[in-house]
Design a protein around this ligand. Structure first.
Ligand SMILES: NC(=O)c1ccc[n+]([C@@H]2O[C@H](COP(=O)([O-])OP(=O)(O)OC[C@H]3O[C@@H](n4cnc5c(N)ncnc54)[C@H](O)[C@@H]3O)[C@@H](O)[C@H]2O)c1
Length: 304
C-alpha cells in the first residue's frame, strides 16, 4: 500500500471506515468519502468523514475528507478529483457506500427503489467511470484496482423486503465482471467483496453473533494490492473465512420441441431450486438455526 492513493466511498462509518484506517495504517494516502447520511440516505453530517480523517492523521497517516454524494454524477467526479488534487494520482477505488430502504414490493415507492440503486449501483458506476477516465487519459499502464462491494442479499440470500438493495447488489457483481474485462488494457483489476453478517448500523436489528467490520478490511487490501492476481472475482467474507462466489451457472438443459406442451413435459422432469430453501440454508449457515428463525420472524413481521 505504500504511497498508493485510495478513494474509499462511505468510509465514515462501518466497513468503509475500517478499510480507510487499515489502508492508511499500511501507508496508503486515503480520500475518506462520506456525506454522513442516515442509513436511509436522508440528512447529512460533514463531521462523519472528517472524524475518520483526524483519526488517520493522529496515527501518522495521510487522508483528506470528501463529503460528496456518489449518487450524483458531479459528486462522483469530485471524489476522484479530491484524490488528484490532494495526492496527485489515484491507484485504488473502493466502492463501499450504500443505503437501505427495506419494504415489501407492494409498498415500496419509486423513491425507495431509486435512492438505494442510485447509491450502490449508479454510485459505484459513476466513481469507477471517472477513475477509469483518468487512468485512460493518463496513458500509463500499471497495476491499479477497483474493489466493489456487494452483499449476500442479491447473490446468495434472496432476502424479502430488499427488491432495491438485492437488485443493486446483484448488478454490482455483474458490473464487476464487465469492468474487469474492459479495464485490463489500462492495468486495472476489478474485483468485488461481499461482506456477510457484519455488525454495523445496517444490521443493528439482526439477531445473533455478527462479525466485526474490521474483518473485511484485509480482504479489500488484498484485492487492492499490486501482488493480487485476481480479476473479475467476487469473494464472500465472513470473519476470516473467504468464499469464492461463482454466480449464475448453467443447470439442467431440456429440449422443448418449441412448444408450450413440450416445455411443460420436459420441465416436469427437472428439480428446480426453491428460493425459500436457498434463503433458509444461507441464513442457517450464517446465523445458526435459532438466529435464522429469529431473522425470518423479524422479516415476516416487518413485511406484515
Ligand atoms: N453490514 C453488513 O453485514 C453488510 C453485509 C453485506 C454487504 N454490506 C455492504 O457493505 C457496505 C458498507 O456497509 P456498512 O454495513 O458499513 O454500512 P454503514 O451504514 O455503516 O456505512 C455506509 C456508509 O455509506 C455512506 N453513504 C451513504 N450514502 C452515500 C453516498 N450517496 N455517497 C457516499 N457515501 C454514502 C453512509 O453515510 C455510511 O457512513 C455497503 O455497501 C453494504 O451494502 C454490509
Amino acid at each position: 500500500m505504500n504511497g498508493r492513493v485510495a478513494v474509499i466511498t462511505g468510509a465514515g462509518r462501518g466497513i468503509g471506515r475500517e478499510e480507510a484506517l487499515f489502508f492508511a495504517a499500511r501507508g496508503a494516502r486515503v480520500v475518506v468519502n462520506d456525506p454522513g447520511v442516515a442509513a436511509d440516505g436522508s440528512g447529512g453530517d460533514p463531521a462523519v468523514a472528517q472524524r475518520v480523517v483526524e483519526e488517520i492523521r493522529a496515527a501518522g497517516g495521510q487522508a483528506v475528507a470528501s463529503t460528496a454524494d456518489v449518487a450524483d454524477w458531479a459528486g462522483a467526479r469530485s471524489v476522484v478529483e479530491s484524490a488528484l488534487e490532494a495526492f496527485g494520482d489515484l491507484d485504488i477505488v473502493v466502492n463501499n457506500a450504500a443505503v437501505e430502504r427495506n419494504r415489501a414490493l407492494v409498498t415500496m415507492t419509486e423513491d425507495d427503489f431509486d435512492s438505494v440503486v442510485a447509491v450502490k449501483l449508479r454510485g459505484g458506476f459513476a466513481v469507477s467511470h471517472w477513475a477509469a477516465r483518468h487512468w485512460a487519459d493518463s496513458g500509463l499502464v500499471r497495476d491499479r484496482a477497483i474493489v466493489n462491494t456487494a452483499s449476500g442479499s442479491g447473490l446468495t440470500n434472496p432476502l424479502p423486503g430488499q427488491t432495491n438493495y438485492a437488485s443493486a447488489n446483484a448488478a454490482v457483481a455483474a458490473m464487476t465482471q464487465v469492468h474487469a474485462l474492459e479495464l485490463g488494457r489500462y492495468g486495472v483489476r476489478v474485483n468485488c467483496l461481499s461482506p456477510s453478517m457484519v455488525r454495523t448500523r445496517l444490521t443493528e436489528t439482526v439477531p445473533g453473533e455478527l462479525t466485526s467490520p474490521a474483518a473485511i478490511a484485509p480482504v479489500a487490501a488484498y484485492l487492492a494490492s499490486e501482488s493480487c492476481p485476481l480479476n473479475g472475482q467476487v469473494l464472500s467474507v465472513r470473519g476470516s473465512v473467504v468464499t469464492v462466489l461463482r454466480g449464475w451457472a448453467a443447470g439442467e438443459r431440456v429440449e422443448s420441441g418449441g412448444t408450450v406442451e413440450g416445455l411443460a413435459a420436459a420441465m416436469a422432469e427437472v428439480k428446480v431450486t426453491d428460493p425459500a430453501e436457498v434463503l433458509a440454508a444461507a441464513l442457517q449457515g450464517a446465523l445458526g438455526i435459532d438466529g435464522a428463525q429469529a431473522l425470518r420472524r423479524m422479516i415476516d413481521a416487518a413485511l406484515g
